[in-house]
Design a protein around this ligand. Sequence first.
Ligand code: CTP
Length: 398
Amino acid sequence: MEAIQLKRIVLGVTGGVAAYKAAELVRLLVKQKIDVQVVLTEAASHFVTPATFQALSGRPVFTSLWDDRIDNGMAHIDLTRDADAVLVAPASADFLAKVAQGRADDLLSTLCLARTCPLLVAPAMNVQMWEQPATQRNVSQLKQDGVLFLGPAQGEQACGEVGLGRMLEPEEIAEALEGQFQPKRLNGLKVLITAGPTFEAIDAVRGISNQSSGKMGYAVARAALEAGAEVTLVSGPTCLTPPRGARTLPTVSTQQMLDAVEAEIDEADIFISVAAVADYYVLNPSESKIKKDAHILTLELAPNPDILANVTSRAKPPFCVGFAAESENLEEYAELKRKRKHLPLIVANAVQEAIGTDEVELLLLDDAGTHTLQRADKLTQARRLVEHIAQLYNAQHP
Ligand code: CTP
């Protein structure tokens, strides 16, 4: 399957307090250059008004099957025919029940029945309503029918109760929607990824680290998840939220990162070493905070183990991908690193670009030569990289 560029979606909004968050969702989708046609149910219009959605989407909003703005009187057909997907957010318990039964008694349920494109739902309801056997029956029926579920999430609810049933946040829905339309090139594969910097303690509060933000590693984890992989993310200290669906193992020092990788590596089909690992650690760090005085302080540094080289030197290594950030002779040094670490693929970028920036140009070096990934944001680059990895992996494992 090729990636589908989402151009137009129908966003259905059903009756629930979370309906106000759908307005932000429209804003985010429009920002992603997706044309959004909003349809409100009658119940939704008690929570939010068509005027808000019309202003945000730049399109008229529909609520009724009998809308005379559509010439042939077939709003349910006309609204979905050129849509790439129908997304319902929030999707109430009543709406799920209706669609599970194939009922069509208002515009939104009728267009869901008449659609030819995928249907995605982001449920939002009280925890008891979500857990009722009747709702769960409807959910499994819908899943069996191919409806895709985004959430719900766990947390505090509008009614004050806590549990499963919260709608995903608009950013998460927008991300998940895009992710659903990526090709599933790593379906069924287990991918282990290291990301972020490592931190080597000097004393109880200070340490040596580097400026890696972890953005590239987290983007690679998200791209691998979107491609259908089961992802374990071994992360150094970062300020980032791990992608939904990744199993994240937080670590601090290089030794901890190595231990986490060694505990997981036997399970992995693919290992992607994105972390900016500290090359040295401090010998005998102080357990208490070192007090300053007028003398020169000397730190003794000892070399850290090379996590990636440890993995590639195993008897049966998984498919391994390294990263190389270089300040000069990018291609030459990266290729030397690839050979030295016995890697089928290394990703090279200029160190001036590698740290903290959002757009990067990458070089992929493999046995076939050098491939340039033209400058783009890190998620786009991560998706391109995952595609390249999948090609090489599948060629090795026909
Ligand atoms: N790496 C690792 N463990 C280390 C050092 C590096 O796993 N202790 C991995 C990185 O995650 C990256 C690759 O090895 O995928 C290249 O890292 P880099 O630090 O650039 O390579 P070095 O061999 O340390 O070379 P340099 O002299 O440039 O630091």
